[in-house]
Ligand binder design. Structure first.
Ligand code: 5GP
Ligand code: MN
Length: 344
């Protein structure tokens, strides 16, 4: 039988101690991974702990405005320092992922560590045997919302400062598609109302995140939508395949491709949208769906991945063309769920 993770509420009385704490997140962190991690970082710093945030890889430049981001270690660039901190850690908070393999080259040291690992996450099928404490709730909009709940339930809501608020808002806003997805509950809006009462400047955050791209990104998007998009109307599906040469030509950096998969989802009738990007060492896939088409299951079955019902990802070592062919076969295999012929 799988060991049960102890509830995170058991940590509340221990918050007043003095511990070496690591907070880590999934590789190539998004707004929620970085936002929830830094939100928790600012909170834990109100106690006597030594707290460090480590990202397994670099992160998108559009997150560089976030309070505390300059202190985040990039494991690939600062391995020795990070390894030392991990080896000295008492607690390791694992945020916005639930299988250690999502931390890429950090997997081994995290797995070997004698520290207590603590999971806070909203993805399906947690590797619960790896965590001493944890909360895993797929109904939550974002890990940032879960960190907010953790702080409030601990009885220290007054420790949420403006820096923490900005980070938590970033997580919840980006993971709900700016409060659009079905996971946007009344509690999400209530959380944001509380952050606003603290003085949160939400429009500045939207500008920092969404109005801060280089011109080349838009030329790249134009090229992708014109030349790399295929629509399979009879399957209500759209696919974008991006060769590595496009990434080089348009000087595309981490984060510049974020959100691209959502464009074809705005085509009338499209239920499933996918993007496959040739990153050189692997082909990275993102899947988005509308309604009941479950891309978490799809990503797990065909592309070594996972995620949520309407947003998931994966990767493959196959060539870009092979990955494209595999996607098309997988789409056809799922025709009973995709082909409803509702176009007019
Ligand atoms: P994205 O397409 O934005 O990279 O990811 C969408 C969702 O799927 C996110 O919640 C992300 O954490 C998850 N995801 C992305 N790639 C993978 C993967 O390779 N494996 C798993 N298990 N989840 C992934
Ligand atoms: Mn998330």
């Amino acid at each position: 039988m799988r060991p049960i993770m102890k509830p995170v509420s058991q940590l509340f009385p221990l918050l007043n101690g003095k511990r070496n704490i690591i907070i880590t997140m999934h590789q190539k962190p998004d707004g929620d991974a970085m936002g929830s991690s830094l939100g928790l970082f600012h909170f834990l710093n109100k106690f006597e702990h030594n707290v460090s945030v480590i990202s397994p890889t670099n992160w998108p430049a559009f997150l560089n405005w976030m309070p505390g981001v300059k202190k985040v270690l990039d494991y690939e660039r600062e391995k020795e320092k990070s390894d030392k901190l991990i080896n000295e850690a008492d607690w390791i908070f694992c945020l916005d992922f639930n299988t250690l393999s999502r931390t890429k080259s950090m997997e081994q040291i995290l797995s070997d560590s004698s520290a207590e690992r603590i999971l806070i996450d909203h993805h399906q099928l947690p590797q619960s045997e790896k965590f001493a404490y944890g909360i895993s709730d797929v109904s939550k909009s974002s890990t940032a919302e879960m960190v907010y709940d953790f702080i409030v339930s601990s009885g220290h809501k007054n420790f949420i400062d403006l820096d923490s608020a900005a980070c938590l808002y970033t997580g919840v806003m980006t993971d709900t598609g700016s409060f659009r997805f079905p996971s946007t509950t009344a509690s999400v809006h209530e959380m944001v109302a509380e952050l606003k009462k603290l003085g949160l400047n939400h429009s500045e955050i939207h500008e920092n995140l969404f109005d801060n791209f280089p011109e080349t990104r838009f030329k790249f998007i134009g090229n992708v939508l014109l030349n790399r998009l295929e629509v399979f109307y009879e399957y209500n599906t759209a696919l974008i395949t991006v060769p590595q040469s496009d990434l080089i030509k348009f000087d595309i950096r981490t984060g510049d491709t974020e959100g691209l998969v959502n464009f074809p989802l705005s085509i009338s009738g499209i239920k499933l949208a996918a993007i496959i990007i040739d990153r050189g060492e692997e082909r990275k896939c993102s899947f988005r769906s509308k309604g009941d088409f479950d891309v978490n299951t799809f990503a797990r079955k065909y592309f070594n991945g996972g995620g949520h019902i309407n947003a998931a990802g994966g990767q493959t070592k196959d060539s870009l063309e092979q990955a494209r062919q595999n996607f098309i076969s997988a789409m056809k295999e799922n025709s009973d769920k995709l082909s409803t012929y509702q176009f007019n």
